[in-house]
Structures are given as C-alpha cells and as structure tokens.
Write a protein that binds this ligand. Structure first.
Ligand code: ARG
Length: 581
C-alpha cells in the first residue's frame, strides 16, 4: 500500500512538472510514512512542504494542488490536509481486505518483489585457530537473517564464510599438532576437541621452548611455500576446527553450508598480484620496509597520515591485503551488486580504508556497493564485555547449553505434566530461539546486555512471547479444523479488525526496510506489534463464537494470515515455530 501511494505521488509530481508548476529538473525523494494516530489516516507524506521552495507556493495551497492532481485510486478512501501541509491518506477497507486476501494465497504474502540483485553476505567468518565464542554469535545470526530475508525477496544471495584460516599463528598450532602426533597417534584429535585448550597449550610450548618456536616458524614458511606435508597437517587442523563451527551452526539453525566457505587462504595466489597492481598505479609507499598505501581521507587524531599496510617487511601479507583480493573476487567473479559485511563495529576503520582503496584502485566496479553493517558488543550484566565468572571467554557451546537448560525449566513450569521427550524438543527450540531473538531484536549498532532472565521472559519483545503468541493463533485452527475456508472472504468492520488488517498489510514494507540496512530488529519490532494487534483483536472480536457465519469465516482468515505472517517473519529471522509450548 505504501508503494502504491508512493507511485501515485510520483505520477502527481510528474504532472505538476508538465504543468510548469515545479521545475522539470527538480528531483525529490518522496517519503510516505505510517501515521501514529489512526485519526490522521493510515499514511502521510510531507511532499507539499518539500516542494514549497521549488513551486514558490504556500505548503497548504500546494498540498491542495497535489490532491487535485492525484490519480484516481480505488485503494484510497479519503485524502486530507493536516497541520502545516501534511497530506493524510485513508486506505479503503475493501482495498485493504483484498490485499490481505491476495497475501493469504501467495507464497511471498503478496509482497512485490524488487529487481533481482546479486548480493554477497559476508558473515560469521570466525578465525579457525580458536573456538567460536560469543563475539561470533552476533555476526552469525544477524548475517544469517539478512541473507534469508534477501533470498525471500528473490535476490541471488551468495553467502561467504570468510574464515581466518591463514596466518603466522598456524605455525605454532601445526608444530604442536606434530609434537602430539609423535607422542601418540590419536592424541592430536582428542586434544583438538577443545580448541581453546589446544591453542593455549601450543602457545605455552612456543613461549617455553626455543626449539619449538623455531619449528613453528619453519612450518609457517613451509606452509606458505606449499609444502605438501605441511599443507596436509594444516588441512586436518582446519577441518576439525570447521567441524566445531558447523556443529554450532547446526544447533543455531544457521543456513550456512560448507560450500559457503571461502577463507582467507583461498586468496593467497592473488596477493602478490594485489601488490603489483597497487604498485603499477603508483599507490604504494615504503614505510620501515613495509609496503603501505596512504590515502588522504585517513589521518590519525594528530593529523599524521594513516596507512593501510599491504605487505610487511618480512614479506608477509595482512588482513587488509586479503580483503582487497576478496573484494575483487566478489566484483569480478561473483559480479555482486552489493557486498554486505556483518563484522564488529570495532573494525569500522579497517573497512572504510579498504573499501576506499578498492574503489581508487578500480579493483571493484564503480556500481558495486560495499557496506560494513557493523554491530556493537555483547556485554554481561555488569555492562562489561561478556566473560565467564573467572574472566575467560564464553564459549558459544556453553552458552547455548545453558539457554536450553533454562528453557527446560521454563517450559516444565508451564506444563508440569508434559512428557520428557516433548519437553526436551520444545525446550531446545525455545532456548535457541531466545538467544537468537534477544540479539536480533536489538539495534545491531548498539552494545547490549546479555541476560538469560530477560530473553526467557514471556513478557515484552522476546522469543517466548512470540512463540507463544504463534501457538495461540495456531490453536484456533485446531479447534476449527473442520471448517471449510475455501469460499471465505475477509471483511473489515470492527476497529480491531481494521487495525490488525493494517498491520498485516505492512509485512512487505517491513521486510524491505529490514534488508535495506541489514536490520533484523525492524522485523522483530513489527512481529511484536503484530502479535499485540492480534491479541487486541482476539479480545474484542470473538472468532468461533462470532455473530454471523461470514464474520466467523472472515475472522478465521485474519487469524490464518496472522499465523502465516508470524511464521514467515520468524523464519526470516532463522527462528523455528512450535505448535505447542
Ligand atoms: N575473521 C575476522 C574476525 O574474526 C572477521 C572477518 C570478516 N570478514 C572480512 N571480509 N574481513 O575478526
């Protein structure tokens, strides 16, 4: 509906230009917003105010002129001028009802699909030398939800797990693996079950033994020069490490597959070429033996030039070098229109620098949009970065385990008689959903406080609230299983029916808003409001005990579309629904 009003206004603007009221070269972004108060209609625009200067007219007079030039539309019941010159649109109830009827039948819920783009989503991307920790949670689930929503809108989504599988730390890890192997064939495998411990032990050996350190350095060189034995050792290590990650993805219900891995190592062959190309363009400078690029846009606080380091004095390449190679792969080979990076906001400067450099060096097409969609830190209840009681990093596995344990208590307290097997499967869904939803529902750019209590509450914008709301709607159908809805029609009469109908009609614009900036919290807020609108409707409007048969069927359809929308919305967030909880 919003896009319909937008297009009516675009046509109006064109006709005002033809009439010479607005200069032909005037461009304006036409904004249409939902009104807060229904007495002001459903949608409003400030277009008249935006055009006053260009037209040399008073805003209210211009608003009237816009209304006079508005094309006929059966969707609009009434148009009004309000305040200094806002134009308010009242949507026709029948038009709204037929829009909802279409949504019921359509797998995309009636959403108009945008023009298809190829969109690379770089997310999760952990460093393989260590186990995944809570810091990786945000990237993994926010990125996954964005990928799902973009795919739902028909885009060609290419997931990229840009894992950190390369670097000097691997020398140390491989040396330790080799040492364990020499002592006991299977030991390495066992010890790697605890990657974190393995890393610490390797580091300890590195610090205590000069021989070990020498071997570690030697292994780095051999690995980089493509030595076969070394390469095999490295592959084995990565494989085990990746198994850890993919176990977690599976528990989280994340849609990434092994085929989506394109780690740092996969760009190795292009790195010397990156250096050569930057050099040819005259962009490289020397700084203490290292090859760097200075860009005028980037200075330190003291005004000193801030370089991007491309190659260290010892020949080693850096994180930035790999990202440059990855960007050109994404442009030249994947032909991406947009590349979205879901990475901690603390890497903002890195991305600004490499994006800018990639454009300057023509490594990527001019049109390709590079977007760092950063996120804040997940803090503990003390407001400091989330740690275990003893101050260590919280492993993701442990966090998920605890969420499920707590969810089990929660579900049991609501259903003391439920059998264990059902309890367990419900608790698994609720526990994981709670962790994910708590994260997704916050504005990604802000830090947030991780609290099991808050996320497992039935009150407020939480997973348990929404999952429960869904089971309630689904429950209506269990009781109405034998009612034939094939000839039913939605009719909006009661205020609460209209409010619910209007909310339901906003699903499409919500998903579009969510993907524009990769903000799942926009969808969460919408689903929460939708569940609220359904509650108010259900309280005011009896469904199975409605006054007439038509009314009953219409209300059942509204319930059906609510269930469908909640389920689809949760699916885009990567959250499973339950029929009972
Ligand atoms: N491995 C990095 C880290 O753990 C994140 C990589 C993000 N993606 C990228 N293309 N730089 O911090």
């Amino acid at each position: 509906m919003k896009s319909h009003i937008q297009s009516l206004l675009e046509q109006t603007l064109d006709s005002l230009k033809q009439q010479g009221i607005i200069p032909a070269d005037f461009t304006a972004r036409i904004q249409v917003d939902r009104t807060k108060d229904k007495s002001h209609g459903d949608l409003a625009t400030n277009l008249a105010m935006m055009l006053t200067k260009a037209a040399g007219m008073k805003p209210r007079d211009l608003a009237q002129l816009i209304i006079d030039n508005l094309p006929e539309s059966s969707h609009v019941a009434k148009v009004e001028i309000a305040g200094p010159g806002f134009i308010n649109f009242f949507i026709d109830d029948n038009a709204l009802a037929s829009q909802l009827q279409v949504a019921l039948e359509d797998e995309h819920l009636g959403i108009q699909l945008p023009q298809q783009q190829t969109i690379v989503v770089d997310y999760s991307s952990p460093n393989l030398a260590k186990e995944m920790h809570v810091g990786h949670l945000r990237s993994t689930i926010i990125g996954d939800s964005a990928a799902r929503a973009l795919e739902f809108l028909g885009h060609n989504v290419i997931r990229q797990n840009h894992v950190g599988d390369w670097g000097t730390q691997f020398g140390m890890l491989l040396a330790y693996m080799e040492e364990l192997r020499a002592q006991h064939q299977d030991k390495a495998h066992l010890e790697l079950a605890d990657l974190e411990g393995f890393y610490r032990a390797a580091k300890l050996r590195f610090d205590e033994s000069a021989d070990f350190a020498t071997r570690a350095r030697q292994l780095v060189v051999e690995l980089q020069s493509g030595d076969e034995y070394c390469h095999k050792l490295w592959q084995e290590f990565n494989n085990i490490s990746l198994n850890h990650c993919y176990d977690i993805y599976q528990r989280l219900g994340v849609s990434m597959t092994r085929a989506d891995i394109r780690g740092e190592s996969s760009y190795n062959d292009d790195l010397p070429q990156v250096v050569t190309d930057l050099d040819k363009l005259g962009l490289l400078s020397e700084s203490n033996g290292a090859k760097v690029v200075f860009q005028n846009e980037f200075k330190t606080k003291e005004g000193e030039p801030l370089p991007v380091i491309i190659q260290k004095a010892d020949g080693g390449y850096l994180y930035a070098t790999t990202d440059l190679a990855a960007m050109r792969y994404r442009s030249n080979i994947l032909h991406a229109d947009r590349v979205l990076y879901f990475v901690d906001l603390r890497q903002a400067l890195h991305f600004q620098q490499v994006f800018n450099l990639a454009k300057t060096a023509n490594f990527v097409s001019k049109e390709m949009s590079l977007e760092h969609l950063g996120f804040g830190t997940m803090n503990g209840e003390d407001g400091r970065p989330f740690k275990t009681r003893s101050g260590g990093v919280v492993k993701l596995v442990d966090l998920l385990d605890e969420a499920v344990v707590r969810a089990t208590e929660l579900v049991r307290s609501k259903n003391p008689d439920m059998d264990e097997a059902e309890l367990e499967s419900i608790a698994k869904v609720v526990g994981i959903a709670s962790v994910k939803y708590a994260d997704l529902s916050k504005n990604r750019a802000s830090d947030y406080i991780f609290s099991f209590e808050q996320m497992l509450s039935f009150e407020g914008n939480t997973a348990p609230y929404l999952l429960y709301a869904y089971t309630r709607v689904a429950g209506i159908f269990k009781r109405a299983a034998d009612i034939d809805l094939s000839n039913a029609k939605i009719v909006l009469e009661h205020d609460k029916e209209k409010e619910l109908g209007s909310k339901l009609a906003q699903f499409g614009e919500t998903v579009n808003r969510m993907v524009a900036k990769g903000q799942p919290h926009v969808l969460c807020a919408y689903l929460f409001e939708l569940a609220g609108a359904f509650s108010s409707f259900y309280e005011a409007c009896p469904v199975l005990a409605a006054e007439t048969e038509e009314q009953k069927l219409s209300r059942l359809l509204l319930a059906k579309l609510t269930a469908k929308t909640l389920k689809q919305g949760l699916t885009l967030l990567g959250i499973e629904t339950l029929e009972r909880m």
